[in-house]
Design a protein around this ligand. Structure first.
Ligand code: HEM
Length: 314
């Protein structure tokens, strides 16, 4: 495991000889430092992201395997776009100091997870969801037309992955009974970062060293809040899919509609995801039947109907 970032990644001036493990905690943070502005300026978004139903359920270990697989698919498309744009902008002065492909890039790790979950021909089996597509489009737009905002997207994802992501890794492994050898959770494993805390400190220092005026910094904070928003949209979409998944999906089988067929072929399924459609009557009916209050009301109605019928016959 390389401890020296200069040995491991491109995009760093060798003469600088930066050792991230030696970067000390900086107590003299200034509110005008971009890393501080990002932390403060996205606090509210972070709280909201942590409190989305999908994330709350995930933290409690309440995640169906099929949903975890779909979340991994969303990450695959997101990081493919992000890392493609970072590769294209690796020499751009507004991004070059933050280019750490060996330490941070997740696309290859996600490809391994995809193969584990979907088999060798995984590329034919996955598709980009509507919410993920919006996120991906924004990343490409930024990469092509406003590369100085890429830092916002890199910050939101990688700093998060090195923080809360590490908690999610353990939860997923336990809840989904994934192998302890790491299959299926490669996304959360940063082989080339030996100390996440120190790397984050080093990355913050790099963010602060970017040559940016106040207005540009504010635009980056605004973009980071957008990045959080895109993530929340993906979580909400996953949450809606999760509500439609049957218990069978818990074991990793394809979600089924009524014991026959694939949920994704349900005509109501696609519309439900994006357009706030009321949804498939079968799934709504099944979900409602699981509510104890409704079960009670239904039982009372049946008893009443039986009573009326008996009275009528007599
Ligand atoms: C599972 C829920 C989450 C938990 C438990 C969690 C936890 C944490 C913790 C403890 C930190 C502080 C790390 C440190 O200061 O070293 C942190 C930072 C961060 N998290 Fe999260 N997080 C969660 C979800 C998210 C999500 C969904 C995102 C964005 C998509 C995100 C993005 C970030 C970012 C960007 C930071 C860095 C803040 C900074 O120091 O500037 N987190 N998270």
């Amino acid at each position: 495991m390389p401890s020296d970032v200069t040995e491991a990644s491109e995009g760093v001036d060798e003469a600088e000889n930066v050792h991230y493990e030696e970067t000390e905690e900086d107590d003299n943070v200034s509110p005008t430092d971009l890393s501080e502005m990002l932390k403060e300026g996205t606090k509210e978004s972070h709280d909201r992201a942590e409190n989305t139903q999908f994330v709350k359920d995930f933290l409690k270990g309440r995640i169906k395997k099929e949903l975890f697989k779909l979340a991994t698919v969303a990450l695959y498309y997101t990081y493919s776009a992000l890392e493609e744009e970072m590769d294209c902008n690796k020499d751009h002065p507004a991004f070059a100091p933050l280019y750490f492909p060996l330490e941070l890039h997740r696309k290859e790790a996600l490809a391994k997870d995809m193969e584990y979950f979907y088999g060798e021909n995984w590329k034919e089996k996955i598709q980009c969801s509507e919410a993920t597509r919006c996120y991906v489009d924004r990343i490409h737009h930024v990469g092509q037309y406003a590369p100085e905002l890429l830092v916002a997207h890199a910050y939101t994802r990688y700093m998060g992955d090195l923080s809360g992501g590490q908690i999610l890794k353990k939860v997923a492994q336990r809840a989904l009974k994934l192998p302890s050898t790491g299959e299926g959770i490669q996304f959360y494993v940063f082989d080339n970062i030996s100390n996440a805390q120190q790397f984050k400190q080093f990355y913050r220092a790099r963010i602060n060293a970017l040559d940016l005026d106040k207005k540009a910094k504010e635009r980056i904070v605004e973009e980071a809040n957008k990045a959080f928003e895109f993530n929340m949209q993906v979580f909400d979409e996953l949450d809606k899919i999760g509500a439609l998944l049957t218990e069978e999906a818990q074991d990793g089988g394809l979600p089924v509609h009524d014991g026959k067929g694939d949920l994704r072929k349900c005509p109501y399924y696609a519309t439900k995801l994006g357009k706030g459609d009321p949804g498939c009557p079968y799934h709504i009916g099944m979900a409602m039947l699981k509510q104890p209050t409704l079960q009670f009301v239904l039982a009372a109605c049946i008893a009443l109907a039986a009573g009326i019928a008996t009275w009528y016959v007599m």
